[in-house]
Write a protein that binds this ligand. Structure first.
Ligand code: GLA
Length: 384
């Protein structure tokens, strides 16, 4: 459900018996390029999308958190911050409560809150609806408790909530995009130094659009493939004697192929080549604009499909059918195993590409995907 701020305020009143002190918004993200590089101390290039999660919030005098959402049947989840430990909260409430917990763990003077969350970021589509919740709550608490953290530090708080309260071993990309995004720009993040640069991404001015193709295949990062890929990367770095795969270059791959088993080697090769692709994409964007990065999107997808093995038939079909209908470049985006693909498309081809993808999915007997354009938007902020 998507509520207007007035409706959200009214709903907050209905559920918590008072008006909120304000509403904060945080966007979801797509990643242009740089997948599974963040937890390898590497480079990523996401942007904040023009779909946000809103949180209406007010502070409490005690240390109780009451959290409710428009996507969970009117339930109110109640958690007590005093004595709360990592992993204590289950389900979607672990994201907002985890943020308040992480702020307290870091020594900040945070008390309880009443929170009502409304998400325009499709849940489970690989567009970081969870990071959007974390970042909306983080900016609300940062302001209401006068914590005074800047965006990059709030991103770490969100990541800690996700790693320790939710139990998903994810990197820093999603929260950074949601907090640091800027209209018309992508966020180039060095995940080791945590330095960011905004890189212009003038899609519309160049007659381009970025289509999201949500395959509606759900993915879960707390378990399974994501964690296994992360472990393989750690093993690869260990055997190669480097702190992180970031420290390997393409020149090291030959040696790596002799030292690693075939599967680990391919995991490593994806990360090493993907880091190069991100840096190339940034240079090309600056020198020539967004059209020039299309071939890198394609090679990134091939690397994820064949080396990192995180694609799935639906994502491959989204990429192949959009490319076949004239998209300039396409790749899966996010953690993989489902979620969304992105296709860089000329504006005049949007309908043709969309129709071709729908038809290909129907022919394959797959669930109908949801297709929409996104553009780079501003990061998390107070909304009203
Ligand atoms: C998920 C994680 C991110 C990142 C991507 C893959 O979105 O939350 O930290 O690892 O997968 O690039």
């Amino acid at each position: 459900m998507t509520l207007t701020p007035e409706m959200l305020t009214e709903e907050f009143h209905r559920r918590f018996g008072q008006r909120p002190e304000g509403i904060w918004a945080a966007p979801g993200r797509v990643n242009v390029i740089g997948e599974h590089t963040d937890y390898n101390d590497g480079f990523v290039l996401p942007f904040a999308i023009d779909r946000a999660t809103l949180v209406a919030a007010s502070v409490r005098e005690d240390s109780t958190v009451r959290v409710s959402s428009t996507f969970s049947d009117g339930d109110v989840v109640v958690a007590e911050l005093d004595g709360l430990a990592a992993g204590d909260v289950e389900g979607w409430a672990a994201y907002p409560v985890g943020v308040l917990w992480a702020l307290r763990e870091a020594g900040h003077p945070v008390r309880g809150m009443d929170l009502l969350i409304d998400s325009q970021v499709p849940v489970g589509a690989g567009l970081s609806s969870s990071a959007a919740i974390e970042c909306a709550v983080a900016v609300a608490a940062n302001e209401l408790f006068a914590v005074g953290l800047a965006g990059p530090d709030l991103a770490l708080i969100g990541q800690r909530a996700e790693n320790e309260m939710v139990g998903a071993p994810t990197g820093l990309m999603d929260q950074s995009a949601s907090l640091l995004g800027k209209k018309g720009h992508a966020v180039f993040l060095d995940c080791r130094s945590r330095e960011t640069e905004l890189v212009p991404l003038p899609l519309q001015d160049e007659g381009l659009a970025l289509l999201v193709i949500d395959t509606r295949v759900s993915h879960a990062h707390a378990t399974g493939g994501y964690a296994a890929r992360r472990r393989a990367c750690e093993v690869g770095a260990d055997v190669m004697g480097v702190p992180a795969l970031r420290d390997l270059s393409e020149a090291d791959l030959e040696e790596a192929s002799g030292l690693l088993d075939d599967e680990t080697f391919r995991r490593v090769r994806h990360v090493v080549t993907e880091n190069t692709r991100v840096q190339e994409a940034v240079e090309l964007l600056r020198a020539e604009g967004p059209r020039a990065i299309a071939p890198l999107l394609d090679s990134s997808h091939v690397s994820m499909r064949d080396d990192f093995e995180i694609s799935c038939p639906e994502l491959d079909l989204a990429v192949d059918s959009s490319r076949g209908a004239g998209a300039l470049g396409a790749r899966m985006t996010g953690g993989g195993f489902g979620g969304s693909a992105i296709a860089l498309t000329q504006i005049e081809d949007i309908e043709r590409v969309g129709a071709a993808v729908l038809e290909a999915f129907a022919e394959a007997g797959f669930t109908e995907p949801v297709i929409f354009a996104v553009s780079p938007a501003d990061g998390a902020a107070r909304f009203s």
